[in-house]
Design a protein around this ligand. Structure first.
Ligand code: FES
Length: 182
């Protein structure tokens, strides 16, 4: 099992990581950095701490700064602890034309959080992001691997939040279907 300070990946996660690394030629293991960061995020509570990034760097035998550069570039990696459900809300032009700004304002009011914030009960994190490639069905947002579209009324938004509040969600990496493929 690979370790850095107190963090370590489970045996199952390490097997997955080794599988990603095996996709690339010797000396090119860094190419597996994105899927490995996804494994790290799912494995360590939905975010990648500096310790988690250091661990990824040690596995890939690269400098920690190389991992920090990637993790801080992509919005899909959370750099601080997040709530049970991360609401990744599209705020790019086409969705704004269909009411994304109003949806974000409503979410801020209903959840009593600012952008990037997490609710006091730890249930939701509100995270505006750029285009999620579902421009025709805005306003929309993504939670984990699922899109929630046409959230164009307060009633729909309330239904959506209620659905999430009542859902049982775990975040081990092996439940993320995209990490089980290829
Ligand atoms: S602009 Fe919102 S999904 Fe593309």
């Amino acid at each position: 099992m690979t370790e850095t300070r107190e963090l370590k990946f489970s045996e199952a996660a390490m097997a997955e990581i080794q599988r990603y690394i095996s996709h690339y030629p010797e000396g090119r293991q860094k190419s597996a950095i994105l899927p490995i960061l996804h494994v790290a995020q799912a494995e360590f509570g939905g975010w990648v701490s500096p310790e988690a990034m250091d661990l990824v760097a040690s596995i890939l035998n690269i400098q920690p700064i190389e991992v920090y550069e990637v993790a801080t570039f992509y919005t899909m990696f959370n750099l601080k602890p997040v709530g049970k459900h991360v609401l990744e809300v599209c705020r790019t032009g086409p969705c704004c034309l269909r009411g994304a700004d109003q949806m974000i304002e409503l979410l801020k009011q209903k959840l009593n959080v600012e952008e990037g914030g997490t609710t006091a009960d730890g249930m939701f994190t509100l995270k505006p992001v750029e285009c999620l490639a579902s421009c025709g069905t805005g306003p929309m947002l993504q939670v984990r691997e699922k899109f929630y579209e046409n959230l164009d009324s307060e009633e729909r938004l309330d239904q959506f939040l209620e659905t999430l509040r009542n859902s049982e969600v775990e975040t081990p990496y092996h439940q993320l279907s995209d990490l089980k493929k290829d």
